[in-house]
Design a protein around this ligand. Structure first.
Ligand SMILES: Nc1ncnc2c1ncn2[C@@H]1O[C@H](COP(=O)(O)OP(=O)(O)OP(=O)(O)O)[C@@H](O)[C@H]1O
Length: 459
């Protein structure tokens, strides 16, 4: 079967999963390049590092007998996986503080002035916002996400979603936004990969102060210089004492936050039926163009869509014209069960109200239900708990080596082996690969190479 027919665009629905798998030539090229670089540099560096770490070499690249002695599951030195970054003594600047304190703004100023650079964000909309901003400032910037690629002629900069970060290029300046997401059980590994692997002279990390000790500890072994810059909120955020108990109290600039698509559309209908407002909607699984259109429409004062109904997809870094955040609930279903929102999640989402220099410089936050108010108020007052560990996932290079030694194993079996046997240092946990393993089970049935399968699984 032609490669493009298999890899170009595929909707998979088996094992109860329905997910669009998409890859483009660019991202495959990047993975190939990463592997080729990895291949050359790995020969030198892995040998050196493993020799250095453990006396006699564990891994001889010349024979299967020696290969079988190599401990593939030893993930205790992930900083050694990124030889290009390790050649640099990076200046790492942590910009930390509450939401809406200008952390990203300051980091972007450095990126804008740099001769080459990359912005890595947790959301497609954030990458899009940064690409737009840099292009407007005459800094040609590509936009690369898991779903799209918009290349600008002569681009010196890239704005990407963090999974797309390229660890084989060298940059003057790089930003990783919402760096506290290293602790995310699903996506943390992509932030860790960017943190350890981006080869930039200056690396700016923006996020919650709760991440500082962990990042400092992780970077002790990289030889980078680390500075911490602390920020204060630029405009007030006021927790209200009263809930919004009736639809007639909804007003222009309100954002109602709820966590299921069904509820988003149900609330939209209720609000619009009352006759005073039209609603834009934003949630994670909306197609990227639609999400952008909806967010832009809400921000545009000249149209009637003056209320937003959204999921926690708005919770990170987005600059929307929100005056008041209204939580419909402080619980969400996270794939396995319903749980309370964490302090950090509540603060992130609430922080979307009253953005500095927006139409509503004073933000308000409340709930639909009175009984949720004590938890909301307590969370907004508390510091986020310190992060203790960052997510990790083996690189393609490691999986490939394991596969060479176990040629009959499909990707599912390989992942299973890593999850069960991985040896980690105390700063890391193995990312939750349940979803990846479901995809691996499907792509194992397809006539694809390990590299394409890996791409599907991590994208
Ligand atoms: N010095 C400044 N001059 C003008 N606008 C600023 C300045 N600092 C921040 N802003 C604006 O204030 C808003 C919030 O800033 P920014 O997004 O950098 O905050 P943040 O701390 O990164 O927030 P979050 O953690 O919520 O992402 C943005 O619209 C930004 O453009």
């Amino acid at each position: 079967m032609a490669y493009s027919a298999v890899v170009g665009f595929r909707k998979v629905s088996a094992l109860g999963i329905s997910r669009v798998l998409q890859a483009d030539k660019g991202s495959l090229w990047r993975f190939q390049l990463e592997t080729q670089f990895g291949e050359v540099l790995r020969l030198g560096l892995l040998t050196r590092n493993y020799r250095k770490n453990s006396g006699p070499p564990k891994f001889d690249f010349t024979g299967t007998e020696a290969t079988s002695k190599f401990d593939f599951t030893d993930l205790t030195c992930p900083h050694t996986w990124y030889p290009i970054a390790r050649k640099k003594k990076r200046k790492v600047i942590l910009h930390v503080g509450p939401t809406n304190s200008g952390k990203t703004y300051s980091a972007l100023k450095h990126l804008e002035k740099s001769s080459s650079g990359v912005y890595c964000g947790p959301l497609r909309l954030l990458a899009w916002e940064v690409a737009k901003r840099l292009n407007k400032a005459n800094v040609p910037c590509d936009l690369i996400t898991g779903q799209e690629k918009e290349l600008k002629e002569g681009a010196t900069h890239k704005a990407v979603t963090v999974e797309m970060a390229d660890v084989t290029s060298v940059y003057d300046c790089a930003i990783i936004d919402e760096i506290q997401m290293v602790g995310c059980t699903q996506r943390g590994f992509a932030f860790t990969r960017a943190l350890l692997g981006i080869a930039a002279d200056e690396l700016h990390l923006c996020g919650d102060p709760a991440v500082v000790p962990l990042v400092e500890d992780i970077l002790k072994v990289t030889g980078d210089d680390v500075e911490v810059h602390t920020y204060e909120r630029l405009s007030p955020l006021v927790p209200l004492k009263e809930p919004v108990s009736s639809v007639s109290s909804i007003k222009t600039g309100d954002c109602l936050v709820t966590f299921s698509r069904k509820d988003i559309y149900a609330y939209k209908k209720i609000i619009e039926r009352a006759g005073n407002h039209f609603c834009s909607v934003v949630y994670g699984s909306l197609p990227p163009e639609t999400r952008t259109t909806q967010a832009t429409r809400f921000n545009d004062e000249t149209n009637d869509f003056d209320v937003l109904v959204a999921s926690d997809a708005i919770g990170m870094g987005l600059n929307l014209n929100i005056s008041r955040i209204i939580f419909s609930t402080l619980q969400k279903f996270d794939g396995t069960g319903t749980r309370d929102l964490t302090v950090s999640e509540i603060k992130q989402i609430a922080g979307r109200a009253g953005r500095f220099q927006s139409k509503f410089p004073i933000g308000e936050v409340t709930c639909l239900h009175k009984e949720d108010l004590p938890l909301l108020h307590a969370s907004l007052k508390s510091p986020s708990p310190l992060l203790e560990r960052a997510g990790l996932f083996p690189t393609f290079d490691l999986l490939c080596r394991y596969s060479l030694a176990h040629p009959k194993h499909g990707l599912y079996q390989i992942l299973e082996h890593f999850v069960e046997n991985a040896k980690l240092s105390s700063n890391y946990f193995i990312s939750n690969v349940e979803d990846m393993m479901k995809v691996a089970a499907i792509v194992d049935e397809l006539p694809l190479g390990l590299q394409e399968k890996y791409l599907f699984v991590v994208s």
